[in-house]
Design a protein around this ligand. Structure first.
Ligand code: NAP
Length: 348
């Protein structure tokens, strides 16, 4: 990098390669181009990503769908033109007021709105967690959004560590168990001592069982309402696939149990928001409440996930690592919606 620092926040560099888009749309709107290096503002750091993990959220932002996201991320085009929200990276410059991080530190975290599919990216320092040397950058990059969402879903579902609380093991159903969030949810629930049942595609049943699911079912054969799952048998149901009717999901939970609604499709304008709102309404006064999840970046949770991964108690599943030059193919793979675990793009 040819760069000159003229005091905090002022950084002069050559343009950098980045996968950018200038209007919302499909993969064809994303292209490799040279753009200006972003300048870290107060409280931000400039990062050189080493690995960027992709999420369904990147695809929603790429498409600008549901349309409601455009209110926050840009009406006519994405304000942040570079996708890639989860990164493991090296700190290369500090914005004003940043303390506790230094140039050269290895970190990881969720970049607001994206930016990871570029040579450099900016991120609020407060969102970042240090990456221990033993944790592969590609593995570290999978943790912030998918791992964080799974963790927050378990918390919302009341899934506690049976050994730590002296309680009896809970039975937890994970629907959509083989994707990014699901592979973390299965492992984290099992880690808390739960008996995990999993719904996933037939080809991934072996995978989710290897991650700790006691029982797994092919979602083409077994759905909420099928006798195999019964009624009132689960302390917590995590609906990550978002396809089952809410009333069917609720019947799965025992009285006092909870259903966490992580996802759902509701059309081009509202997307999952309608289903999440309906979950709240249906829960009023219910003994088996449906809890909509709106996961947020939580560095303290990320630090816990890092600890588990370093100890070998959490094994992030990386389906495939793509080179930077093929980041468009990586986005296409995630857009396909059938990833087992995570897709990661490695820096050049
Ligand atoms: N609420 C929040 O705060 C929040 C945060 C993060 C993500 N999300 C949402 O959560 C959803 C999942 O994210 P992700 O990253 O895990 O996606 P992903 O990696 O694309 O995984 C989706 C998984 O769902 C499985 N699936 C599809 N239909 C299914 C069904 N009927 N029953 C069971 N499994 C089914 C797929 O399995 P096959 O490959 O076998 O089809 C795939 O493994 C997305 O909609 C995302 O937007 C919400």
């Amino acid at each position: 990098m040819s760069e000159t620092l003229h005091g905090p926040g002022a950084l002069r560099t050559d343009p950098m390669p980045a996968w950018t888009q200038h209007h919302y749309g499909g993969i064809e709107t994303v292209a490799l181009a040279n753009i200006d290096v972003p300048v870290p503002r107060r409280g931000q750091v400039l990062l050189r990503p080493r690995a960027t993990a992709l999420n369904n959220g990147d695809i929603r932002l790429m498409r600008g769908e549901p349309l409601l996201v455009r209110l926050a991320f840009g009406l006519h085009r994405p304000r942040q033109s570079v996708r890639g929200m989860d990164a493991a990276a090296t700190v290369v410059a500090l914005g004003e007021g940043v303390t506790g991080l230094a140039v050269g530190d290895e970190v990881m975290g969720e970049l607001p709105g994206g930016g990871g599919l570029a040579r450099y990216a900016v991120c609020p320092a407060a969102r970042l967690v240090r990456r221990p040397p033993g944790l592969d950058p590609a593995v570290a990059a999978t943790l912030p959004i998918a791992g964080g969402t799974a963790w927050q879903a378990l918390e919302l579902g009341g899934v506690t560590d049976a050994a730590a609380t002296g309680g009896s093991p809970q039975r937890v159903l994970v629907i959509g168990a083989s994707g990014g969030v699901g592979t973390f949810a299965v492992q984290l629930a099992a880690e808390r001592g739960a008996e995990v049942w999993a719904l996933c595609g037939e080809r991934n049943r072996g995978l989710v069982e290897s991650l700790g699911a006691a029982r797994s079912f092919d979602y083409n054969a077994v759905q909420p309402g099928s006798p195999e799952l019964g009624e009132g048998r689960f302390d917590a149901v995590l609906d990550i696939a978002g396809t089952a009717p809410l009333r069917m999901l609720r019947r799965l939970a025992r009285v006092g149990g909870r259903v966490v609604v992580v996802s759902g499709e509701g059309g081009r304008v509202w997307g999952p928001i309608g289903r999440l709102a309906a979950a709240s309404v249906l829960s009023i006064g219910s003994k088996r409440p449906l809890r909509p999840l709106a996961a947020v970046a939580k560095p303290d949770v990320l630090a816990e996930l890092v600890g588990l991964a370093v100890d070998g108690r959490l094994r992030p599943v990386v389906e495939r690592r793509f080179p930077f030059a093929e980041a468009d193919a990586a986005l296409a793979r995630v857009a396909d919606g059938h990833v087992a675990g995570k897709v990661v793009v490695l820096a050049e």
